[in-house]
Design a protein around this ligand. Structure first.
Ligand SMILES: C[S@@+](CC[C@H](N)C(=O)[O-])C[C@H]1O[C@@H](n2cnc3c(N)ncnc32)[C@H](O)[C@@H]1O
Length: 293
C-alpha cells in the first residue's frame, strides 16, 4: 500500500477528497495538520450527527492506493487542477505492514460501569471482580460503552436493576442497554431502532451474550413497560415525548439520555404534560434525565 499526503485548506477538502476517490484511492481520510500543536482545532459533532465542517483550516488529506504508480499518477493529475490551487503534495510513501486487527483491538479496552459491571471486548478476559459482563465488540451500531450517555444509562440500570420487569430500549443501537437490562434480571426486553443495521447488530450481540430479547423497528414496541430507556438526542426525544411516556406503566421509570446539560430546561418543558423529569446523573457535559410515572 502507498499513501499520498496532501495539505489543503478547509474549503478545498471536499473537492480534493472527491477527486482522489475518482482516481481509485482505496480510502481518503482527513486530519488536522496542526494536531498535537498549540494550533490544533477541536472539531466534533453530536453523536450520530455529521461534523459541522468538512475539514480543518489546515487539513492533512491522506489517500491510500494499492500501487505506487497509481498514487504518483493521482498526484500528477491533481497538481494542475484549479481546485488544487492552495493545496500541495507533502508526501508519497509506502505504508509499513501492520497488524491492523491488533491495532484496532488495542484501542478498545474493557469499560467499567461499576466495580462489578463491565463491558468487555471478546478478545479480553473479564477483569477480576466483574460479576456482570456484557461482551461487545465495536461494530457499525452506536453503543460500545465508551460514550458517557451509554455509561450513564448502564449505571442507572445497575443502580435500579429491572428485576422481573418489562423493559423497552428505544433507539437500541448495538443493543447494549437492552442486554444490560436483561443481565440485571429483566423478565422481558424489547429493543427497537429506526436503523435496520442496529436491529441486526442488537440481535447478534444479544445472542453472543446469551440473553433473550425481541429486536425490531419502532413499531415492535407495544403496551406498557416498567422501564423505558431512550438514549437518542434532545430533538428526537422532545418529539417522542407523548409516545415514550405512553409506553411507561404506572409507577414505571423513564430514563432519557443523549441530552447536553444546557438542554435540561427544554426537555423538562417538553415532558411536563406527562411527567416531571429530573437530572439524575452528569458526565462530560451530558446529563441523564429520569422520571417516575
Ligand atoms: C446514541 S445511539 C444509542 C445507542 C444505545 N442505546 C446506547 O445507549 O449506546 C441512538 C440510536 O437511536 C436510534 N434512533 C434515532 N432516532 C430514532 C427514533 N426516532 N426512533 C428510534 N430510534 C432512533 C439511532 O439509529 C441510534 O441507533
Amino acid at each position: 500500500m502507498f499513501e499520498l499526503r496532501l495539505l489543503c485548506p478547509e474549503e478545498r477538502v471536499e473537492a480534493v477528497g472527491d477527486a482522489l476517490e475518482a482516481l481509485d484511492a482505496l480510502s481518503v481520510s482527513v486530519e488536522d495538520a496542526d494536531a498535537q500543536t498549540s494550533a490544533e482545532q477541536a472539531l466534533f459533532g453530536e453523536p450520530g450527527m455529521p461534523p459541522p465542517k468538512e475539514g480543518w483550516q489546515r487539513s492533512l488529506v491522506i489517500a491510500l492506493f494499492h500501487e505506487e504508480a497509481q498514487a504518483g499518477e493521482a498526484a500528477q493529475l491533481l497538481a494542475p487542477q484549479d481546485f488544487f490551487a492552495d493545496c500541495r503534495i507533502v508526501g508519497l510513501q509506502a505504508v509499513p505492514e501492520q497488524d491492523w486487527v491488533r491495532l484496532t483491538q488495542s484501542q478498545f479496552e474493557p469499560v467499567q460501569i461499576t466495580p462489578a459491571f463491565w463491558i468487555v471486548p471478546s478478545w479480553h478476559e473479564p477483569p477480576a471482580g466483574a460479576q456482570q459482563v456484557i461482551r461487545l465488540d465495536p461494530g457499525l451500531a452506536f453503543g460500545t460503552g465508551t460514550h458517557p450517555t451509554t455509561r450513564m444509562c448502564l449505571r442507572w440500570i445497575a443502580a435500579h436493576p429491572p428485576q422481573g420487569g418489562r423493559v423497552l430500549d428505544y433507539g437500541c443501537g448495538s443493543g447494549i442497554l437492552a442486554i444490560g437490562a436483561a443481565k440485571h434480571g429483566a423478565a422481558s426486553v424489547d429493543a427497537v431502532d429506526i436503523d435496520e443495521a442496529a436491529v441486526r447488530s442488537t440481535q447478534a450481540n444479544a445472542e453472543a451474550n446469551g440473553v433473550q430479547l425481541t429486536a425490531g423497528l419502532p413499531d415492535r414496541a407495544h403496551g406498557r413497560y416498567d422501564t423505558v430507556l431512550a438514549n437518542i438526542l434532545a430533538t428526537p426525544l422532545k418529539v417522542l415525548a407523548p409516545l415514550l411516556t405512553a409506553h411507561v406503566a404506572p409507577g414505571g421509570a423513564l430514563v432519557l439520555a443523549g441530552i447536553l446539560a444546557r438542554q435540561a430546561g427544554e426537555l423538562k418543558e417538553a415532558y411536563a404534560p406527562y411527567c416531571q423529569l429530573e437530572v439524575s446523573d452528569e458526565e462530560d457535559g451530558w446529563i441523564l434525565m429520569t422520571a417516575k410515572l
